[in-house]
Design a protein around this ligand. Structure first.
Ligand SMILES: Cc1ncc(COP(=O)(O)O)c(C=O)c1O
Length: 376
């Protein structure tokens, strides 16, 4: 059996080597390393894939969020609703733009923001809700959109972990993650479902003016060369990264299907273990399993992780501490504890998940997990 990795980028490269090498070689031949044709081509293809008007690429997924806040230009100290259980980038960019994060608990089944707890956190200063589509599935957008409309709030989607997931609205309108809000972001970090070979990110919107502003802000705030309309930043996707993504984009759906298949195998082979809770999928969303995350109760999570390590099975804890409990975020801590987030931090364990897993590897991983629990 080949060694088990959390994410296997080497096998994926070998599989796509001809296309990726040719795409890179084209950039080397053309030598337009910044804003080469491949960047615009990728933006158009990504916009078409999502079914949205505008895509603007940038240097990484955190910059994408930063650019959103710069473009929206909300008044200082505006409150932004954000899930407490998620990657740090959303909270970090909110705070760094002088806004105030309001940390809301998540749903214990789906790991995404608990819609029933949003309204109680809205005040007269609330201006936006960030929905983070965590681990590969969409937040419950129908009620979130209703709340946002009622209180006149912006919705920002962070789809760094869910590019390719879709959500079905009551009228059978199916929308992809990144196309259910005012403005959305994603990341092309190498381990993402669509990853480049370095850093990369993108912003999506149907709003022409917002798109123009984001594009300008990401390029020093220029509207034409050496004329600055805004105070911007330098956040561009390298042409080489765009070329790599152009080679990989046609495979995204296939790779996501493989993740879904491997997730179904995990669930089938682990369902007899009562000490484990398997991932659940919101009926109105698909899940493209950026992570396959189980819940292990009764304080056995850490010992399971150690046991798996001795069997050469990697695993990860996403995320070990709620954002509001992080040292850097004490100033923004809410008075109420986010109890589900706190429980999840002690229970979640993400197992190896990527499109190049093998049946033998899944059998071995599930077999070892069964052995661990048979000792109790
Ligand atoms: C949910 C989420 N948002 C934002 C980001 C930030 O993306 P990047 O690492 O490209 O800055 C990540 C990356 O890990 C993420 O998982």
């Amino acid at each position: 059996m080949t060694p088990i990795l959390m994410v296997d980028l080497q096998s994926q490269y070998k599989q796509l080597q001809l296309e990726i090498d040719a795409s890179i070689q084209k950039v080397l031949d053309e030598a337009h390393f910044i804003k080469g044709n491949q960047v615009g081509e990728l933006e158009q293809k990504l916009a078409d894939y999502i079914g949205i008007e505008h895509c603007i690429t940038c240097a990484n997924g955190t910059d994408a969020l930063q650019l959103v806040w710069m473009a929206l230009d909300l008044p200082v100290n505006s409150e932004v609703i954000v899930p407490d259980f998620c990657y740090i980038a959303a909270a970090e960019t909110i705070v760094s733009r002088g806004l105030k994060p309001v940390f809301v608990d998540v749903d214990t089944d789906y790991f995404n923001i608990d819609v029933s707890k949003i309204e109680e956190n809205i005040t007269e200063n609330t201006r936006a809700i960030v929905v983070v589509h965590l681990f590969g599935q969409c937040c419950n957008m129908t009620p979130i959109i209703k709340i946002a409309q009622k209180y006149n709030l912006f919705i920002i989607e962070d789809a760094a972990q869910s590019l390719g997931a879709c959500y079905t609205f009551a009228n059978d309108d199916v929308r992809m993650a990144c196309n259910m809000s005012h403005i959305a972001t994603t990341s092309f970090f190498p381990s993402k479902n669509l990853g480049c070979y370095g850093d990369g990110g993108a912003i999506f919107t149907n709003d022409f003016e917002l798109a123009q502003k984001v594009r300008s802000l990401a390029n020093h705030g220029q509207n034409k060369k050496y004329y600055y309309q805004y105070i911007g930043i330098n956040s561009r996707l390298d042409t080489l990264q765009a070329a790599i993504l152009l080679a990989k984009l046609p495979y995204l759906d296939d790779f996501n299907s493989k993740r879904i298949y491997f997730a179904s195998l995990y669930s089938e082979k682990l369902k007899h273990i009562s000490a484990i809770e398997l991932p659940k999928i919101l009926p109105s969303s698909t899940c493209i399993f950026h992570q396959y995350t189980i819940k292990v109760g009764h304080l056995k999570r850490d010992s399971l992780q150690l046991f798996l390590k001795t069997k050469n099975i990697p695993s990860m804890i996403y995320y070990p501490l709620s954002t509001q409990k992080q040292v850097a975020y004490q100033k923004y801590r809410t008075t109420n504890a986010n109890l589900i987030t706190e429980d999840l931090s002690t229970e979640v364990l993400s197992l190896p998940m990527h499109p190049n897993l093998t049946l033998e590897q899944i059998d071995y991983i599930c077999g070892q997990i069964s052995i661990f629990f048979s000792n109790f």
